[in-house]
Design a protein around this ligand. Structure first.
Ligand code: MSP
Length: 635
């Protein structure tokens, strides 16, 4: 039966450029969208950007540009990434669009009509990183946010409050009636426990943030950025606008699945606050929330504030977008955390794409060409490859439906191995040599080619570029994964180019990883120094105003930094880890009284302090734990 699916990703903040955490979510959603479309379902796939709020206002101010100019730049980068990764969203919503504001105002009007909005004084610890208040109990020592390494600030203001407390029972009843609402189940338990513990009313307007949607009927207030952002899922469909056709088709209909895909960091907003807003407004709730884990780097969540993000530009340039898509889905068990490393990427690439599928396609098509000049003339239905093919594809379908992407891919990797073992056991090259192009050889090669074609076609949602190429190389027209037997017999075969050329991992790291050259050597004997000697070193904080890569250098970055009132140029060896955009606006620690030096023809007046990662030798810059003015003394 043809089903309808509304599928969304979170909308991304525009203070940060896309990194693998963001890319992952869209690859997951895109895979689901492609997979469901191929099965004949009608899909509306939405993504976008979250452009209002204090976080964006500040980030833009630090860069000395308007929030919208900052948003425009980052949006372009997102659009480029979605194109590179072949993401097939149906719409990209920006919260600064008029159609969005209109829908937000309508949502608020309904919540107000339900008697759920009222004015009250509010105070508490606010984390700008999360755009959320925390209680004393939730804060870590030093008033640190539980999620970011930054201190929260005490804020007091008069806000519009939403009567969230009223929705404790209705939410619990909804959860009980929809046992698969949130997956993984362990995360659902956390959500339930949070609601059971009692819900406090929440403030949904701000008076100290001007970069937002004006709160209807409350001059001087803007809409709280999370209420603004969550509404995107319906405003993009035209809710509150002149044409609500899409909204009625993909949200307000009994026969549509409404699924949000997101990271566990924002689960509470989606599983508690968003359904409560919708209940209040009398609108349908999402039917499913699928929360994935975090990509970690050095065991920490990758994020801009920690400064450990990975941007996979080089990997994609070298290995293609399909390889990254495959790695994302195969390496991370959806719901759990996973480490991102080049080593793991290359291992998967070589094992399952180069030696696995890629090798099977070139080997089998070469054998077919050699023996028959094309696809084998005689088909074969009764063989161990066929017996393995149908269950493998059924398992992929089941697993993808359940968001168990790694399992689904594993089952297809298993099918490729079965083909491989079958070919190894039947030794068709020997058959050809001893008996020529016999019907028996045709049947063996047909089984191998058809098994490989089924595996390639089954991966269409994950490998949008390579899957059609693989099918073509095997003599089949690309299309949905047709059942066994769809491979035409006796058709000429084109010369195949390798789909995923093998990588020599050792060579790769010698050539590509600059860290290998800069590995820390055995520490030389360091002499003791007196405090007076140490005090001769003038350490100061400095704010990075400009950052640009030094042409022809992999390591060097040219910086203009601001100390108290003074600007100076520093050339720092930090370009192996950081992009210029990661650096501008950040406060670092420098040695301010270092004798000037020339590096690649540029004068450097100081040195940026950085720790050295033990494995890769990469530099990690030191940043003050709280905001301090540039030029502050460090001792
Ligand atoms: N703007 C809010 C979301 C509003 S949705 C109505 C926001 N944006 S964000 O830019 O911080 O991105 C959040 C999403 O990016 C996460 O939920 C997750 O999907 C993805 N990731 C960001 N960092 C991540 C990792 N390190 N690992 C995996 N995904 C993470 O929050």
């Amino acid at each position: 039966m043809r089903r309808k699916l509304f599928l969304s990703t979170p909308i991304y903040y525009v203070n940060d450029l896309p990194h693998i955490g963001h890319l992952y979510t869209n690859v997951v959603a895109d895979t689901v969208a492609r997979h469901r479309r191929a099965r004949g379902d009608e899909v509306f796939f939405l993504t976008g950007t979250d452009e209002h709020g204090q976080k964006i206002e500040r980030a833009a101010a630090e860069k000395g540009i308007s929030p919208l100019a900052l948003a425009d730049t980052v949006v372009r980068r997102y659009e480029e990434w979605w194109k590179t990764l072949a993401i097939t969203h149906d719409d990209f919503l920006r919260t600064t669009e008029e159609r969005h504001a209109r829908g937000v105002v309508e949502l608020i009007r309904r919540m107000d009509a339900a008697g759920d909005l009222s004015l009250a004084r509010h105070e508490g610890w606010y984390c700008t990183g999360c755009e959320a208040y925390y209680t004393d109990k939730e804060l870590l020592a030093g008033n640190l946010c539980p999620d970011h390494p930054t201190a929260c600030a005490w804020q007091a203001e008069e806000n519009v409050f939403f009567r969230l407390s009223r929705y404790r029972e209705p939410l619990l009843a909804f959860y009980a009636a929809h046992p698969d609402f949130v997956t993984p189940a362990s995360r659902f338990n956390e959500v339930r426990a949070f609601v059971e513990a009692g819900l406090r009313d929440m403030s949904v307007s701000r008076t100290n943030v001007s970069w937002g949607i004006p709160f209807p009927g409350r001059p001087g207030h803007t809409v709280y950025v999370w209420l603004d952002a969550l509404a995107n899922y319906i405003t993009a469909l035209g809710f509150g606008g002149p044409d609500e056709t899409l909204y009625r088709r993909f949200w307000d209909a009994a026969d549509v699945e409404r699924i949000h895909v997101l990271g566990k960091d924002i689960l509470r907003f989606h599983a508690v606050y968003w359904p409560a807003f919708l209940l209040s407004a009398g609108l349908p709730l999402p039917t499913g929330i699928r929360a994935h884990g975090w990509w970690l780097r050095d065991e920490k969540k990758m994020s801009k504030s920690v400064g450990n993000v990975v941007r996979p530009d080089e990997l994609v340039q070298k290995f293609g977008p399909d390889a990254l898509r495959y790695f994302f889905l195969r390496e991370m068990a959806f719901g759990s955390d996973a480490n991102f490393s080049d080593e793991a990427f290359l291992e998967r690439y070589n094992a399952e794409l180069a030696n696995g599928l890629g090798n099977a396609v070139s080997r089998v098509s070469a054998l077919c060409r050699k023996a028959f000049g094309g696809t084998p003339p005689e088909a074969c239905d009764d063989n161990p490859v066929r017996a393995a093919a149908e269950p493998a594809v059924a398992e992929l379908d089941r697993a993808f439906e359940a968001f168990e992407f790694s399992r689904g891919l594993e089952s297809i990797a298993g099918l490729v191995q079965t083909v491989d073992a079958y070919v190894a056991s039947r030794e068709p090259w020997k058959m050809l040599k001893s008996g020529g192009a016999t019907p028996e050889l045709s049947r063996v090669l047909y089984a191998a080619a058809e098994g490989t074609r089924v595996a390639s076609a089954a991966l269409a949602a994950v490998l949008p570029e390579a899957s059609p190429r693989a099918q073509e190389a095997l003599g089949a027209p690309p299309g949905p994964p047709l059942p066994w037997g769809a491979l035409p017999t006796g058709r000429p075969l084109p010369d195949a180019h390798p789909l995923f050329p093998r990588v020599d991992v050792r060579e790769y790291f010698q050539k590509e990883a600059p860290g290998v050259e800069t590995k820390p050597e055995a520490a030389p004997e360091t002499p003791m120094i007196s405090i007076e000697e140490f005090q001769k070193v003038e350490l100061r904080t400095a704010r990075i105003l400009v950052a640009e890569r030094v042409p022809k250098s992999k390591k060097l970055m040219r910086l203009d930094v601001e100390l108290s009132g003074e600007t100076r140029q520093i050339v720092a060896g930090i370009a192996t880890r950081y992009a210029p955009e990661d650096l501008v606006g950040r406060t670092v620690v420098i040695v301010a009284n270092l004798a000037p030096a020339r590096l690649m023809g540029l004068e450097s007046n100081g040195m940026v302090l950085a720790a050295t990662l033990p494995e890769s030798g990469e530099p990690v810059i030191l940043v003050p734990e709280a905001e301090v003015p540039p030029g502050s003394r460090v001792k």
